[in-house]
Design a protein around this ligand. Structure first.
Ligand SMILES: [Zn+2]
Ligand SMILES: [Zn+2]
Length: 142
């Protein structure tokens, strides 16, 4: 296992931690309706790496895996805090790494927005809305 390309990640509560031993080959945002549901947000940010590159360091027994019964869609999450962590896709061809679960900067940058037609109409407005470095005292007054 190469240490130079290892990426470390973990869930929100910290019980699950992992490393990815091979550099991801793709990084994209997916705006499909399934990704909106599963993230509870406007899109998923995922990296793709080889299936055999995942090593669970802690909390593997806490992982819960979901395969959509009819669509090519899967998710693995920490059963304590619900955070998405890497999973092997339903067709077992790729490891899908939720970018937000990484504890360090990935080696590549996002290169595509998928299923953009399914993106919620409020996303562009939200991305150009007022920006704050923390939760502001006067958010409701804006
Ligand atoms: Zn957790
Ligand atoms: Zn998607």
């Amino acid at each position: 296992m190469s240490t130079s390309k290892t990426l470390n990640g973990s869930c929100l509560c910290g019980a699950v931690s992992y490393c990815v031993s091979q550099a991801p080959s793709q990084f994209y945002f997916c705006h499909c309706e399934q990704c909106q549901k599963v993230t509870g947000s406007s899109f998923a940010a995922n990296l793709i790496a080889p299936v055999d590159s995942i090593f669970w360091q802690t909390g593997e027994e806490l992982l819960t895996h979901f395969d959509h019964p009819s669509r090519a869609f899967s998710k693995t999450f920490c059963s304590l805090c619900g955070s998405g962590v890497p999973h092997v896709n339903k067709s077992k061809t790729s490891l899908v790494i939720p970018a937000g679960s990484l504890d360090e900067r990935p080696t590549i940058e996002p290169s595509a927005n998928l299923f953009i037609k399914e993106s919620p109409e409020w996303l562009p407005k939200g991305l150009s809305a007022s920006k704050f470095n923390a939760y502001p005292d006067n958010l409701n007054e804006n």
